[in-house]
Design a protein around this ligand. Structure first.
Ligand code: APR
Ligand code: ZN
Ligand code: ZN
Length: 361
C-alpha cells in the first residue's frame, strides 16, 4: 500500500526548497521502507538544489540519515522491521570486479531502490544520492540500511551516513594514518573535522588544521587538532613544514575540493608522504603540477570516495567507539531543526555558522 508523507523537495534549479506531500510505495524485492528519525543537512543537498549535480528535478533531498526499518520487501533477509539503521549511499553489489577482488568499498555497481517515490500527482522524484531522507519515511535498497546500536541516538548516528564518515575514512581508510604520524587537514568543515577525529583515533601525534575562518579553527581544536593555521594570514605550506621538523606531514588531507588547496596539500607533505583528496571538485577545475615533482616527491596521491568506507564494517564499529566515549561524534550536531527549516539551514551552512544542522522527526 502506498503511504503519504511530508518531504522536502527541490522543484527547480535554485528555487527555495518546499515541504510537500510525497507518496512512498511499499517495498518490493530488495527494498526497505524506513521511518526517518534524523537527517543532517549536507552541502551535497545544496548542490542538488542549485543544479550542480544534475537536472533530474524534482529532487527529494536529504541523505545523511538514521531511522528504523518499518517494512521490507519479500526476499529481504539482511534487515528486519524494528532494526535501527544508518542509511548509506553505497550499497555494494558483491559481484562487480571491485567486489570480486575483495575490495567492496570501491564497488562500481552500487544500487538503490528501484520503485519510485512520487509527488501527489504522480511525478517521479529523484532521491538525493538514492536516499531522499528529508521525509517522514523513505524507500531504499535494503543494502543501504546498516544496523547499529540504537543507544547512539538518531541525530548523531545519521552523521555517519555521509560527511563525517567521508572525513573519518579519509584518515583511517584512505590515508592509513598510523600511530605517531603527522597529519595536516586543509578545510575544517564537517568533512575536515571528521578527518581530524579519525587522525586522533588512529594515534597521530601532530594534527594540523588549516582553514580561512578562525571559528572553524577553534572547532578543529575541539576535535583534536594540536596546531592550527589560518591560511588567509599564514602560508600553510611553510607553516606545516615548520611544525613537522622542516619536512612536511606524513599525510595531508584536502577536504575542500579546490586546485589551489590541493597544491598546498601536495607541497605540505613529506617526501614519500600521502595526499588524500576527499573534497569534491567541480567539472571546470584543472590542476597544473610539475610532473617531475609528482615523480620526485614519491609517495601516494589518493582520492577518497565516501571515505572508502564499507558501511557494514565501519558504521557499527564507529558507533560502538562513540558509545565507549572514544569518538565524540555528537560535537558535530550544531542544532536540531524541523523539516520546515531546511532552507534556513542552507543559509547558515553557506555563512559557515554550523557544522551540521540536523533535521529530527
Ligand atoms: N583554504 C582553507 N580553507 C578553506 C578554503 C581555502 N581556500 N576555502 C574554504 N575553506 C574552508 C571553509 O572555511 C570550511 O570550513 O573549508 C571548509 C569547508 O567546509 P564545508 O563547506 O562545511 O564543507 P564540508 O561539508 O566539510 O565538505 C567539504 O568535502 O564531501 C566534500 O562536497 C564536499 O567538497 C566538499 C568537501
Ligand atoms: Zn560491486
Ligand atoms: Zn552528503
Amino acid at each position: 500500500m502506498t503511504i503519504t508523507v511530508q518531504g522536502v523537495i527541490a522543484r527547480g534549479k535554485g528555487e527555495p526548497v518546499e515541504l510537500t506531500t510525497v507518496l512512498v510505495p511499499e517495498p518490493g524485492p530488495g527494498e526497505a521502507l524506513v521511518t526517518v528519525q534524523a537527517c543532517g543537512v549536507c552541502r551535497t543537498d545544496l548542490h542538488y538544489k542549485d543544479g550542480g549535480i544534475g537536472n533530474d528535478f524534482p529532487y527529494l533531498l536529504g541523505h545523511e540519515a538514521a531511522g528504523v526499518v518499518d517494512a521490507v520487501g519479500p526476499d529481504v533477509t539482511d534487515v528486519a522491521p524494528g532494526d535501527f539503521v544508518i542509511l548509506n549511499w553505497r550499497a555494494v553489489c558483491g559481484r562487480c570486479r571491485a567486489c570480486g577482488r575483495g575490495r567492496p568499498w570501491y564497488c562500481f555497481n552500487t544500487h538503490n531502490a528501484s520503485h519510485k517515490m512520487t509527488l501527489a500527482d504522480g511525478t517521479p522524484l529523484s532521491p538525493a544520492l538514492g536516499i531522499g531522507a528529508f521525509a517522514q519515511q523513505t524507500l531504499v535498497a535494503s543494502g543501504q540500511c546498516t544496523k547499529v546500536d540504537p543507544a547512539i541516538g538518531a541525530a548523531t548516528a545519521g552523521l555517519l551516513g555521509c560527511g563525517v564518515m567521508a572525513g573519518l575514512g579519509a584518515a583511517l581508510n584512505t590515508g592509513g594514518v598510523g600511530r605517531g604520524d603527522s597529519v595536516a587537514v586543509i578545510g575544517c568543515g564537517g568533512v575536515g573535522d571528521g578527518a581530524i577525529l579519525g587522525a586522533r583515533l588512529a594515534g597521530a601525534r601532530t594534527i594540523i588544521a588549516v582553514d580561512v575562518e578562525d571559528r572553524k579553527l577553534d572547532w578543529a581544536r575541539e576535535f583534536g587538532a594540536t596546531d592550527v593555521i589560518n591560511s588567509r594570514s599564514t602560508d600553510p605550506v611553510t607553516r606545516i613544514r615548520e611544525l613537522t621538523g622542516g619536512f612536511g606531514a606524513d599525510v595531508v588531507i584536502e577536504a575542500i575540493g579546490r586546485p589551489d588547496t590541493y597544491e598546498q596539500a601536495f607541497y605540505a607533505r613529506d617526501l614519500a608522504g600521502t595526499v588524500v583528496l576527499v573534497g569534491v571538485p567541480t567539472p571546470d577545475m584543472r590542476l597544473d603540477l610539475p610532473l617531475l615533482d609528482v615523480f620526485g616527491r614519491g609517495g601516494a596521491l589518493k582520492s577518497s570516495w565516501y571515505g572508502d568506507c564499507l558501511p557494514s564494517r565501519d558504521f557499527p564499529m564507529l558507533v560502538d567507539l562513540h558509545l565507549a566515549g572514544r569518538l565524540p561524534l555528537d560535537k558535530f550536531v550544531s542544532e536540531t531543526i524541523g523539516l520546515d527549516q531546511v532552507e534556513e539551514a542552507f543559509a547558515k551552512m553557506s555563512r559557515g555558522e554550523v557544522l551540521r544542522s540536523v533535521v529530527t522527526l
